[in-house]
Design a protein around this ligand. Sequence first.
Ligand code: F6R
Length: 612
Amino acid sequence: MCGIVGYCGVKNTSEILLGGLRRLEYRGYDSSGIAVSGENSIIVVRRVGKLNNLTEAVAESSLATDNKASFGIGHTRWATHGEVSEENSHPHTDCTGKIAVVHNGIIENFSGLKDRLIANGHKFKSQTDSEVIAHLLEEAWNGDLNAAIHAVLPMLRGTYGIIAMHADAPGVLVGARCGSPLVLGIGDNEMFLASDPGALTRHAKKVVYLDDGEIVSITADGFNITDGKNRDIKKTADNIEFRNDDFEKGDFPHFMLKEIFEQPESIKRGTTGRLDLAASTGKLGGLNMTEDELRAIRRVVIVGAGTSYFAGCIGANFLESMAGVPARAELASEICYKNIIVEPDSMYFVVSQSGETADTLIALRELKRKGARVLGICNAVGSTIARETDGGVYIHSGPEIAVASTKAFTSQITAFAIFAAIMARLREMTSVQGDAFIKAFSAIPALIKETLELDSTIAKLAEKYCNYPNFIFLGRGICLPVAREGALKLKEISYIHAEGIGAGELKHGTISLISEAMPSMFLVPNDGLREKNISSMKEVKARKGRVIAICTAGDTEARDIADDVIEVPETLPILAPFLMIIPLQLFAYHSALKLGRDVDQPRNLAKSVTVE
Ligand code: F6R
């Protein structure tokens, strides 16, 4: 959470910083600010609210007419310590106003440090943990910013990605990473620092991913990376993989809608080169495992948070149903504090779109500490989780900008479907069954495209139902996690309360909520559980509940019972999640839109949850 950016070069520094923050705004959007070099001084502009407020403030400031800055830093905040206010916005400055700092993470021992600094006469202007870094740098300053940061870092406990500048160290920025991401961008006579490479794609040619414990110092024409003991570290630079239109809405009004409509393409990208039609199986080179090693796996445990956890639940179902391998998904925020029993013949996956989620990262480290081999299913290339896992799969869905995850979800289950096919074909699945699966799976992008044509029908449905304050989403088997994901989507962007439950659980308590005021969204694919779902729908109707059914095209029985029906194309029952989720994503989107919510940046949230 929080995005940080830094720039050294000859271009318009405030514009570059604002452009970088625009790309990082998904990481937090409570407030934002920049600090740029002035004449022997630092000019700070900060504003509460969305980045547009800061952009307007910069346009009205002296920077609009007289901007000779050649280095600067910026920050977009997701509040942890201290309310959302201009004083608590970054960059934070020291008592002299010559040092400015942006920080992403949490300084756990800030209170003791602050007491000591106050006793030494420092005046604090904010309630944040981050401000201590500026004052500590002030105490350590002896004319060399790099030396000062080296002196300060050992005093900090917690997590940080930091960038600091000093008015008397012209053209120099220092950055440090411990638990919060930081990348270096290399351009032509310009250098950048940022929380993620997406902020750099417009200008930088190459990126260097910093690791925990590394400290970097940059000028416009060079950089130097050291460890905490000031020993030089040589690192290789990688190409930047994103295209600039990944960060534009194009003809869509919101990133979320664009990303929902991208799914036929993003799924295809995730399968390119990964389906072996001749052997009726999948191919995932990144697993770094031989067929013998895969055959020896007796159990699979999948760890993730939020939407990634639900994708993991579906992945576990694929593995059990197709390959007969016992599998389960665990919530990252829970497993990291349990006594995890790591077994030698088990395989562990961590799933994360951003590759930076703190809970998932902690779980990964805990699993590795106990000797597990952990593979990653990630979207963000070069992210911390992708780099700390022992191998894995990039889902290649492209940058996901809307806070609500959509295309990453279907790409994550794509990766699991391929993995399950591999595991199944190394066990009991015949080539005929494998062939049928691969053919049906290859047809999914076209079927999603067909399902997306329901957009305007679903918009009308959302208009009809968006004023209900509560919803129940119901599914069974492989569609239970889809129901839970549909409920999560609706609540996070429309703020309508929604609960996703197993349809069989209705009679164990939730049915007491059923009345005319409570709509139920049933997932009714054409599978072995269809009749049970139909019975549950009847139970709801018998109690005057309103039923919306997402069913397979031609299901007249579901149509007769439900108040409203959305029909999706037929596919193999095991692949139903790919199609069932599309109407739920669109329903959440249109409900939020009708209610006037901020669809791409819902309140209180951030895309990448890098705090526990
Ligand atoms: C919901 C959503 C979150 C994330 C969760 C994990 O739409 O986006 O629930 O899925 O915070 O994030 P990643 O996948 O980045 O680890």
